[in-house]
Design a protein around this ligand. Structure first.
Ligand code: A3P
Length: 341
């Protein structure tokens, strides 16, 4: 790699929305329709047709997302410097997007700067969801993104294109969360767009493994094992650990991404500034996050990504029996793996 390329890798990424001029139209791929129609569905089990999912290579996905996964497997090629954030939805993706973005761009754009992209763009407009771009046929915008690219996926490692899952270029940062809080968060979030799905119905899909990107236990275990096998390429975090000590986790992130904080940055309080910029309180109260929306198949308002952001909110929504059931699933599925919440 020549010097100027190395230095541009240390200054990026560019906020996705700043690089996407919107000229590439939404054009969902049609060539996978027959393949998608032949995939198993969960409809025999799910009582609510809005929770219909298809099973592709052992992973349950919304029907309209399946062609995108197929297209992504076929054509995505990682580049040197790529960073992929992976998560089960509602596990802290928005927060981690903001933290990684702010950490990576800090040389070009200090976190205290009034002109920081995160003060005018929602974190999801800074870091694109590749699954959605492929699902709507807009993946060409990824080719136009300058390196280093910071991208996100909700898919398990097992269905990602080999150039992401197998490296060597691409680093992966993974986040997961206690499924009891995750399901409550998911229900609140989906409820804003689809108020006719009950918490009980949502809970059932999570327990039976058919929620989007599920089973959640396979999702978690895939990245957990990869992070143990290749710790310099896959960083595994939990929402609970992040909340417990965000400063420590931001330092860990910077180190992992090859951009550790210098003594001068530490003395200037840059780590704390990043944590403050990306805090729930701060992001939630920015004008850009009080209006506007994300999504193509469904519109999710920007404010729906920021709720209360605590550990243990499940006690206010799940019965003790529901909690016990999810805990038992985790106990069984994670036994022997070394992973526990
Ligand atoms: P709750 O619904 O429990 O409050 P995701 O970003 O993966 O969609 O996850 C959303 C969850 O992360 C929501 O949890 C949301 O409130 C929380 N969250 C969003 N931004 C956050 C931030 N900056 N800090 C901490 N938690 C955040």
């Amino acid at each position: 790699m020549v010097g100027s390329e190395t230095s541009s890798l240390l200054h990026g990424p560019v906020a996705f929305k700043d690089a996407d001029d919107g000229t590439i139209p939404v054009h969902p791929p049609t060539e996978y329709a027959a393949a998608v129609a032949s995939l198993p569905t969960n409809l025999n089990h799910a009582s609510n047709s809005k929770l219909k999912r298809r099973c592709y290579q052992g992973v349950w996905v919304r029907e309209e997302w399946a062609p995108g996964i197929m297209a992504m497997q076929r054509s995505f090629a990682a580049r040197p410097g790529d960073v992929v954030l992976a998560s089960v939805p509602k596990s802290g993706t928005t927060w981690l997007k903001a933290l990684i973005f702010a950490t990576m761009v800090r040389a070009a754009c200090p976190p205290a700067s009034p002109a920081h992209p995160l003060r005018r763009l929602n974190p999801h407009d800074c870091v694109p969801l590749v699954d959605r771009l492929f699902a709507v046929g807009r993946e060409a915008v990824l080719d136009a993104l300058p390196s280093p690219r910071l991208m996100c996926t909700h898919m398990p490692l097992s269905v990602l294109p080999p150039s992401i899952s197998g490296g060597p270029y691409c680093k992966i940062v993974y986040i997961c969360r206690d499924p009891k809080d995750m399901v409550v968060s998911l229900w609140h979030f989906i409820n804003r767009a689809q108020p006719d799905i009950s918490l009980q119905e949502m809970f059932e899909t999570v327990c039976e493994g058919t929620s989007n990107g599920g089973p959640f236990w396979d999702h978690i275990l895939g990245y957990w094992r990869a992070s143990n096998a290749e710790p310099s390429r896959v960083l595994f975090l939990t929402y609970e650990q992040m909340l417990q000590d965000p400063l420590d986790k931001v330092r860990k992130l910077a180190q992992f991404l090859g951009r550790p904080f210098s003594d001068t940055e530490e003395e200037a309080g840059v780590v704390a500034e990043i944590v403050e910029l990306c805090s729930l309180e701060n992001l939630k109260n920015l004008e850009v996050n009080k209006k506007g929306s994300q999504g193509v198949f469904f519109k999710f308002s920007h404010d729906s990504y920021f709720r209360n952001g605590v550990v243990g909110d499940w006690v206010n929504h799940l019965t003790p029996e529901m909690a016990k059931r999810l805990d038992a699933i985790c106990e069984e599925k994670f036994r022997g793996s070394g992973f526990t919440f």
